[in-house]
Design a protein around this ligand. Structure first.
Ligand code: SF4
Ligand code: SF4
Length: 401
C-alpha cells in the first residue's frame, strides 16, 4: 500500500463482521481467521464501509492513511484476505462488492409448517426393569431411554397416524426410544412398519436391555444406538460388542474423568467399535463439566465456521429446529426440556407445530436472546444453546465472559 495515493477499500464477500460500541470482529469464513480491534478509527472505517451508502466499498483518501494504527489494521486485513485495495486515481469508477446479506430478523416460517419437521423422537413405551440412578436426567441431555414419562405405549395405530400426518414433511430421521424397546408389546410389527417409512430409523437401547434381542430382528434394523452407563458392566459390554458385531454405535454416558479413562481402555481392547462420549451433568459434577464442555475462545475459532452456519446461528437453534418429541402419555415437545405444546391424542401434528410458532419453546432459541450472550461479539460463531445450558441454568457455558 502506497500511503501517498487514494484507494478503494473493498470488503470481500467471505467476511463476517460483528460490532459492538467499543469493539469490532472481522472473520474470514473461508480461512477461519479473524481480527479484532477496539481502535475507534478502525471501527469507524469498517462500519462506514458496510453501510447502506458504501455497500462494502469505501473510498480511502490519502489523508486517512496518516494514521499508523489504521494502516497496520488495513495491512492485516489484506494479509487475512478480508479486504482488497484498488487505487482510486479516478474516483468516479467505484468497484463492486458482493457482501453477503445476513438476516436482521428471525425467518418467517414456511406457510406449511409441516415442511419444517425433519426429526421425530418417538418414545414408544416407558417400561424398563433397570434402575439406572440418572434415568430422569439422561434423556434431558441426549437421546436416551427413560422410564419417567409415565404412560402406557404409543400404539401401532398411533405411530401409523404420526407417519401419515408427517408424510409430506422432509423427515430425515426417526428415533425410536423407550423404556426398554424389547418390552414394547408389538416390537417386531413396529420394525416392519417403520422399514417402509422411507426415512432413516434409529433405535436406542440400553446395553443392559439387549439380552433378549434375537439376531434376526437385530439384523433387520440398520441403525442401532447402544447406550452404556456407569458403573460399567464389562462382561455385559463385551456381550453387546459381540452381539452387534459392528452394527451399532456405543454411546457412553460419562460423569467424570475416571470414566473417560475407562473408555480409553475399552477403545484399546476393541479397536473396531464405534464410540461416542456423552458428558452427563448430574448436579454434582460442575468441575468436570467446566473442563469438558465449557468453550474457550480457542475452541470457538478452532475450525472455519461457514457463512451458512453463521446464518443458521442468527436465525434458528439448529440443535432443536425441526425436531418433535412424542411421549407415550401423548405429550408433545420440541425438546425434552421445553414447554409442552399439547397432547397428541387430541391435536394434529400440524396444530402442535403451529403452537411452536406462537410460543417459540425451543426452535428459535438463539444466543441473541440470552442475557449473557446477546452483546457478545462471538454470539453467531458459538454453537447454539443446548440442553446443557438449560440444565446448568447458565446461558454462557464458556470461559470467554
Ligand atoms: S435402561 Fe434406560 S429406561 Fe431403563 S432405567 Fe436405565 S435409563 Fe431408565
Ligand atoms: S458469552 Fe455466549 S456467545 Fe459469548 S462466547 Fe460465551 S457462550 Fe459464546
Amino acid at each position: 500500500m502506497d500511503t501517498t495515493r487514494d484507494y478503494w477499500l473493498i470488503l470481500k464477500p467471505q467476511v463476517y463482521i460483528m460490532m459492538s460500541t467499543q469493539r469490532i470482529l472481522l472473520y474470514n469464513t473461508e480461512k477461519g481467521v479473524y481480527i479484532e480491534s477496539d481502535e475507534p478509527s478502525c471501527i469507524e472505517l469498517i462500519d462506514s464501509a458496510r453501510d447502506e451508502q458504501n455497500k462494502g466499498v469505501r473510498f480511502l483518501p490519502q489523508k486517512v492513511l496518516n494514521n499508523n494504527r489504521l494502516i497496520t489494521f488495513i495491512r492485516k486485513l489484506q494479509e487475512l484476505q478480508m479486504v482488497e485495495l484498488k487505487p482510486a486515481d479516478n474516483r468516479t469508477h467505484k468497484p463492486e462488492s458482493l457482501l453477503p446479506v445476513y438476516p436482521e430478523k428471525s425467518p418467517v416460517f414456511s406457510k406449511d409448517i409441516m415442511l419444517c419437521l425433519t426429526t421425530l423422537y418417538l418414545y414408544i413405551n416407558t417400561t424398563c426393569k433397570q434402575k439406572c440412578p440418572f434415568c430422569e436426567l439422561y434423556y434431558k441431555q441426549n437421546p436416551c431411554c427413560t422410564r419417567t414419562k409415565c404412560g402406557e405405549e404409543l400404539t401401532i395405530e398411533q405411530i401409523k397416524r404420526i407417519l401419515k400426518e408427517a408424510r409430506n414433511s422432509p423427515l430425515g430421521k426417526i428415533h425410536i426410544l423407550g423404556g426398554d424397546l424389547l418390552q414394547y408389546s408389538r416390537f417386531p410389527q413396529l420394525v416392519e412398519i417403520l422399514e417402509k417409512a422411507n426415512t432413516a430409523v434409529h433405535y436406542w437401547i440400553n446395553y443392559k436391555n439387549t439380552n433378549e434381542l434375537d439376531t434376526r430382528l437385530l439384523n433387520k434394523i440398520k441403525y442401532w444406538n447402544v447406550l452404556v452407563d456407569f458403573p460399567l458392566d464389562q462382561e455385559q459390554l463385551q456381550k453387546n460388542i459381540a452381539l452387534f458385531n459392528g452394527k451399532a454405535i456405543f454411546y457412553f454416558l460419562i460423569h467424570n474423568e475416571e470414566q473417560r479413562e475407562i473408555i480409553e481402555t475399552v477403545r484399546k481392547l476393541y479397536h473396531d467399535i464405534r464410540i461416542r462420549i456423552i458428558p452427563i451433568y448430574n448436579n454434582k459434577n460442575q468441575d468436570f463439566f467446566e473442563t469438558e464442555y465449557y468453550l474457550s475462545k480457542s475452541d470457538i475459532f478452532s475450525k472455519p465456521i461457514s457463512q451458512c452456519r453463521i446464518w443458521r446461528n442468527q436465525t434458528v437453534n439448529s440443535n432443536n429446529f425441526g425436531a418433535l418429541y412424542i411421549f407415550p402419555d401423548g405429550k408433545v415437545k420440541t425438546n425434552p426440556n421445553a414447554e409442552c405444546l399439547g397432547d397428541f391424542h387430541t391435536s394434529s401434528l400440524e396444530d402442535l407445530l403451529t403452537k411452536e410458532v406462537e410460543l417459540n419453546t425451543s426452535w428459535l432459541k438463539i444466543r441473541d436472546n440470552e442475557t449473557h450472550c446477546k452483546d457478545c461479539l462471538y454470539r453467531h460463531l458459538c454453537p447454539p444453546p443446548s440442553n446443557y445450558e438449560h440444565l446448568l441454568g447458565k446461558a454462557n457455558l464458556c470461559h470467554v465472559i
